[in-house]
Design a protein around this ligand. Structure first.
Ligand code: FAD
Ligand code: DLZ
Ligand code: SF4
Length: 516
């Protein structure tokens, strides 16, 4: 057998299933930087720089270990622009090796590419083996077995199954500490002068410098700032980021995981999402490191459990959810949201300080933390009814950790409630008071978070009630929303009508692309 093993830009781990059984005498790895993957959405410049540099470093690492690697750089004359064309080229290029008897590739993370690769066997006239995507702990079948026969698919119960089956944070059959979930202890905001440790900065080496030059000239039209690139681009570098997180920030991760701070999106988060999603880190080793820190008494249970839940719970769950509900998930629009994406999602130019800060963090770093994505950027999209395809495209291209398998469930199901409640039991809608409680954004805002109506009122306040009012029929029977609908009936009618009018005026301004 002479195998051509294709390694995609987010499969950068020597333990990938497609590399298992690799014969260094006869097999060849193919990696290519291709136009199709780099431009199917206009990814943030920092994301492309990260993926290309990490790919080049991984190819070098494989070569040093004796693997035969054909690496096609973006500007190379033999670059044909798509993964398929490049695979065909490699198969036809007799000089690389003996004619290949098979092509191997680990299952692509995104449905679009999986669908495409599934046609290769017919088109290439060669066996194409799609091996399991082993960058996750749970298989797709594990999720499907759990989901079978359920009406609701709540992360919490899936997570408990994984805690039990992997023995993570378990004391025999009971959760360590007696509780499955410590969320109630994880909602602290910052005081006046929070002492936040710096994140890990990785200086670009020569390979990264070359990639930065390429991205600067080739992808100048893409979103985001390239300057200040300091992501790790190797497994070793990613492990260093993980280590520093475990040693310096995990201890406070729990209590501050929902807090936001002007000018600093990094806070006590781990900043490893991009490394996990590119294969530089594997979820099991990350979970083990956090569990060990708890068992050694270095971090409290609410931090260790809260962090592990993000990875063993949310990350595994959304990936299973994606494959279980695709391709239908992409078409969902339960709330019939039809609005175009406002320009300020690209520019950050809005008088709403929370949104301006979160967009600017995103532009600058290709990063914003979970609550910025959910309760500021997402909340606004939900309340104003931005159409799923527009806001999904935005989220897919702006973050360095974004791939459709994780972005789509988070945006369509969690943020937009577009699946009608398969993922979330109620929409994550909130007024300005939530943002004010969890951040210091409101202090520097043109609008006043305390005011509910009038030109100075925080738009989130009246948009919140407008949202609840226009979807009343859908939500008033939802037991988790009964209280808020009871509160709604108690609001003075004149004041309520005033809020609805303010919301209509605001939505009209948004539609006309006027400054808001
Ligand atoms: P931490 O806060 O330190 O969390 C640790 C890890 O847990 C993350 O690295 C990630 O691997 C995992 N995790 C946490 N929350 C989630 C979640 N909801 N879904 C899946 N994994 C999770 N995450 C992505 O990896 N890619 C995306 O494209 C993405 N898009 C999102 C869009 C929206 C609207 C929302 C609300 C969330 C999105 N998330 C996405 C989840 C989460 O915001 C990011 O994983 C996290 O902010 C990455 O930063 P971190 O590594 O510092 O995470
Ligand atoms: C994200 C990305 C980018 C920007 N470029 C490439 C590339 O040039 N070559 C490649 O093999 N992979 C790239 N990727 C990652 C793929 O888009 C990813 O493998 C699919 O989205 C499936 O998850
Ligand atoms: Fe955002 Fe409203 Fe606070 Fe301004 S007042 S920062 S718009 S929540």
């Amino acid at each position: 057998m002479h195998n051509l093993v294709i390694i995609l830009g987010d499969q950068l781990n020597i333990e990938m299933s497609s590399l298992s059984g690799f014969d260094k005498e006869t097999d060849v790895v193919l990696m290519s930087e291709v136009r199709e993957e780099a431009t199917y959405v206009k990814h943030h410049k920092k994301k492309i720089a990260f993926v290309f540099s990490a790919m080049r470093h991984f190819a070098k690492e494989l070569t040093a270990k004796g693997y035969k690697v054909v690496y096609v750089e973006y500007d190379a004359p033999e670059n044909l622009g798509s993964l398929y064309e490049q695979a065909k080229w490699a198969c036809n290029r007799q000089s690389i090796a003996q004619p290949f008897s098979a092509v191997k590739v680990a299952q692509p993370g995104e449905y679009r590419l999986f669908d495409e690769v599934s046609t290769w066997q017919r088109k290439l006239g060669l066996p194409v083996e799609i091996t399991a995507d082993n960058r996750f702990i749970a298989t797709q079948q594990f999720f499907a077995d759990w989901a079978e026969g359920r009406k609701q698919y709540r992360m919490e119960f899936f997570y408990r199954e994984l805690r039990k089956s992997t023995g993570t944070l378990m004391d025999a059959k009971q959760p360590v500490g007696g509780k499955w979930n410590y969320d109630a202890e994880n909602r602290k905001s910052f005081g006046k002068d929070p002492d936040v440790p710096d994140r890990t900065h990785t200086a670009p080496d020569a390979i990264t410098q070359d990639v930065l030059k390429l991205v600067k000239t080739t992808f100048s039209e893409h979103f985001g700032q390239l300057e200040g690139f300091d992501f790790a681009v190797t497994r070793e570098g990613a492990l260093a980021v993980l280590r520093e997180f475990i040693e310096t920030r995990l201890v406070d991760f729990g209590q501050y995981q929902d807090a936001m701070l002007e000018g600093n999106p990094w806070l006590f988060h781990s900043h490893i999402g991009l490394y996990l999603n590119a294969g530089l880190l594997m979820p099991r080793e990350v979970i083990n490191a956090a569990e060990e820190a708890y068992l050694n008494g270095r971090v409290p249970i609410n931090s260790a459990e809260g962090f592990i839940r993000q990875i063993l719970g949310w990350r595994e769950y959304v990936r299973g959810f994606y494959w279980y509900f695709m391709p239908a998930l992409k078409q969902q629009n339960y709330l019939n949201a039809q609005r175009n994406l406002p320009d300020f999602y690209w520019t950050g130019d809005t008088k709403m300080n929370c949104l301006s800060q979160c967009v600017n963090d995103t532009k600058k770093y290709a990063y914003a933390h979970h609550i910025q994505r959910l309760m500021v950027l997402g909340n606004f999209a939900l309340l104003t009814g931005i159409k799923p395809e527009a806001i999904n495209e935005w989220y897919l291209l702006v973050y360095a950790d974004a791939y459709e398998w994780v972005e789509l469930p988070n945006v369509s199901s969690m943020v937009l409630f577009a699946d009608g409640g398969q993922l979330a039991s109620k929409p994550y809608a909130a007024s300005g008071s939530y943002i004010n409680k969890m951040s210091n954004y409101c202090k520097n805002c043109h609008y006043s978070v305390k005011e509910k109506t009038g030109p100075q009122a925080c738009p989130f306040n009246y948009l919140y009630w407008h949202f609840l009012y226009r979807h009343q029929q859908r939500f008033e029977k939802n037991p988790r929303m009964a209280m808020i609908y009871r509160t709604m009936t108690k609001i003075d009618e004149t004041k309520f009508n005033h809020m609805l009018e303010d919301a209509d005026t605001f939505l009209l301004r948004l539609e006309n692309n006027e400054e808001v």
